[in-house]
Design a protein around this ligand. Sequence first.
Ligand SMILES: Nc1ncnc2c1ncn2[C@@H]1O[C@H](COP(=O)(O)OP(=O)(O)OP(=O)(O)O)[C@@H](O)[C@H]1O
Ligand SMILES: [Mg+2]
Length: 259
Amino acid sequence: MARQNISVDQKKEHAVSVRIRDVYKSYGDHLVLKGINLTIEPGEIFAIMGPSGSGKSVLLRQVAGLEIPDQGEIRIDDHAPDLTCMGETRVGMVFQSGALLSSLTVEENVGLFLEEHRLKSREEIRKTVSDKLRTVGLEGVESKYPSELSGGMRKRVSIARALVIEPQLILYDEPTSELDPVSAVTIGQEIYRLKKSMAITSIMVTHDRQLVQGVADRVAVIYDGKIIAVGTPDEVWKSQNPKIRDFLHINFNLDNISL
Ligand SMILES: Nc1ncnc2c1ncn2[C@@H]1O[C@H](COP(=O)(O)OP(=O)(O)OP(=O)(O)O)[C@@H](O)[C@H]1O
Ligand SMILES: [Mg+2]
């Protein structure tokens, strides 16, 4: 592939805003996103919660530019989403499944983008990769294959992979699923540290209530393809909307279980 004219070292030093306006998305006759409106401020950690199947991953894919909405518009600063990072803004994505390539080592997976686009020399790529692995608390796993790692380690590798491009916007789909509680807190702290130390805007889709209360500036609740609440975690937790209460305050109820 031809050498590109951009370098990840020529990074813009500002976090970006994300504006989602009236976004609709369907697959065949299944309408999934039903008019989503959200504005995410530069530097925010913005959480999206909601029941399984409500459209969270679909929404994230539209923001990443992996899919194009049927209607409506998404703007990252003033630009259309573009996960290739060859455009105006650099967007990193941590997929729900991790999405590592099984035939490549950890080092090759994390460095793949830089390697493919020849953005740095081999030696610089090697150094960047181990820096980013250290950032997510992994060291000495460069030569391992994904199948040799635990689910939590794979998740961290996929976060490191998103970080190598020095993203201005990072999209996390379930960053703490598959993690034990201690590792989940570590990742939450890492998301917070990234926000503090770099010009980075974060959107995280998650079911992890502790993560949202711990690090999110604001949270939106999506229900059946529509946003039904947006606010600080405290505001949303106090909501009297039964759909939100049922979802956020769910606890075991064994009283009505019959045999
Ligand atoms: N590529 C696709 N083709 C057809 N239907 C899809 C596609 N992607 C998602 N869907 C449908 O869209 C709906 C929302 O899916 P999505 O993956 O966004 O759920 P989610 O909110 O992320 O759920 P979870 O919490 O389980 O990850 C589901 O009914 C799903 O079947
Ligand atoms: Mg999902």
